[in-house]
Design a protein. Structure first.
Length: 145
């Protein structure tokens, strides 16, 4: 059985220096799958660019949410007004904006630039679930990829 790629998300792992009381001494860094322990980009959910699994369908979208949230929100709001909630059209506008305007670390990285202090993670899911102690198969569709 193979896990299925459902999407991407940028996180800033918690380090021992940031939170000594929560991390045991042998752990130097924590990056949790859940959104509570390892924080995502500020206001990422307000963009409503995530897929049904609450991650981003492409690496570019995940990266953009981490480094350009304020501008993405403005572009999204304008696109949503123009297309009156037509998801596919808004998504195309967002993807075009991301391709043209969002800085990527391999293009414009500076160690001092706090926008680039993110790690990008890919998420995969196995097509099984456990209900009342019984494992059963379930359909996992790729995250709108």
């Amino acid at each position: 059985m193979q896990p299925i790629l459902i999407g991407y998300f940028a996180r800033r792992p918690r380090t021992r220096a940031e939170d000594q009381r929560l991390l045991p001494t042998q752990i130097t860094e924590l990056c949790n799958v859940g959104h509570m322990q390892s924080g995502g980009p500020p206001r990422w959910i307000d963009l409503w660019l995530h897929n049904r699994y609450w991650v981003y369908s492409t690496e570019a979208q995940a990266w953009a949410a981490a480094v350009d949230t304020a501008n993405l929100q403005r572009v999204y709001d304008e696109a949503a007004k123009q297309w009156d909630g037509v998801r596919g059209s808004v998504q195309r506008i967002m993807d075009e904006y991301i391709a043209r305007h969002v800085p990527r670390p391999e293009v414009s990285f500076s160690a001092d630039d706090s926008r680039f202090h993110w790690d990008l993670f890919a998420y995969r899911m196995f097509p099984v679930r456990v209900a009342k102690g019984v494992e059963e198969s379930c359909e996992v569709e790729p995250g709108d990829l």
